[in-house]
Design a protein around this ligand. Structure first.
Ligand code: SF4
Length: 278
């Protein structure tokens, strides 16, 4: 089943129904606050991305362009990447429905995106492996590897980058961050495990390593590479325990509010969260 949702800015968005697929972003929002999940995915309330989220998407798009060319044996230099980022900027603004407070805010954000991408390209290891896959959409049936239980629903995701290395494939995810803070592995465990599951089921081979590459928006941008080992049975058991509980929650339709640090950036904080009475 597919539902069509009209976002606040009037853009018609097509979005899979709740029982159509599981994704890491759905799991993450449900874990952080079931009520916010309900507003977003059950009631279909959406809003344009924040300037910070928009910046992250533009940086991702630039790195995608860079690596897609590299995959084809074409080495883009920084001016090429800059031109493509400028050329696609206005269309992305219109597509996402984002409104800037001022022209200056938009220019600053554009400059910040360019500065981050330049810093990333300057930091690239000379011996980085060849891209095997770039920004690839993948899907795999969710079948518990320990019990054989077929959950009857696929897991979907988009893997930013897979690099060929001597030890085997490295699955990479890009993140933009506001602060210089080493990511805790447990904070990213579900996402890394989801990508490992998708990678294995779409290639019939195991990843040699996973990595989060952080582009940090400090005044002097910083680029950090955080590698993690291949996933083990331990990670997959924990991942499937979460998926099972998530699917049970969908069945029960019980989505309570879970106030916490994420309320500070929640689009639903004033309305409709305040109107919710259980
Ligand atoms: S404001 Fe907080 S409690 Fe309310 S929906 Fe958002 S995250 Fe949940």
């Amino acid at each position: 089943m597919t539902t069509e949702l009209l976002s606040r800015n009037g853009v018609l968005r097509r979005q899979g129904g709740l029982r159509e697929y599981v994704s890491y972003s759905r799991l993450a929002l449900w874990l952080s606050c079931p009520l916010a999940f309900k507003f977003r995915y059950v009631e279909g309330i959406s809003s344009p991305p924040s300037p910070a989220a928009f910046l992250g998407k533009r940086v991702h798009a630039s790195l995608e362009t860079f690596y897609r060319h590299r995959q084809l044996g074409v080495a883009l230099d920084f001016p090429d990447v800059v031109r493509r980022l400028y050329d696609s900027w206005d269309a992305a603004v219109a597509d996402e429905g984002i409104r800037f407070a001022s022209v200056e805010e938009e220019k600053n954000l554009q400059q910040q995106a360019l500065t981050l991408v330049r810093a990333y390209l300057q930091m690239l290891p000379r011996n980085e492996g060849q891209p095997l896959a770039v920004e690839v959409s993948v899907e795999a049936d969710l079948v518990d590897p320990f019990t054989g239980e077929d959950f009857g629903i696929p897991l979907v995701g988009v893997i930013d980058l897979v690099l060929a290395e001597n030890a085997g494939p490295r699955v990479v995810d890009f993140k933009t961050a506001a602060r210089n803070q080493t990511p805790l592995e447990i904070s990213h465990e579900l996402q890394l495990t989801a990508y490992a599951y998708l990678f294995r089921h779409n290639t019939s081979q195991e990843e040699a390593a996973l990595e989060i590459r952080q582009l940090i928006k400090t005044k002097l941008p910083q680029i950090q590479f955080h590698p993690y080992p291949a996933r083990t049975d331990y990670h997959f058991r924990r991942f499937f325990a979460v998926v099972r509980t998530y699917l049970d929650a969908l069945d029960s339709g019980n989505f309570v509010f879970r106030p916490g640090w994420t309320c500070g950036t929640c689009d639903f904080r004033n309305h409709p969260c305040r109107d919710w009475c259980g």
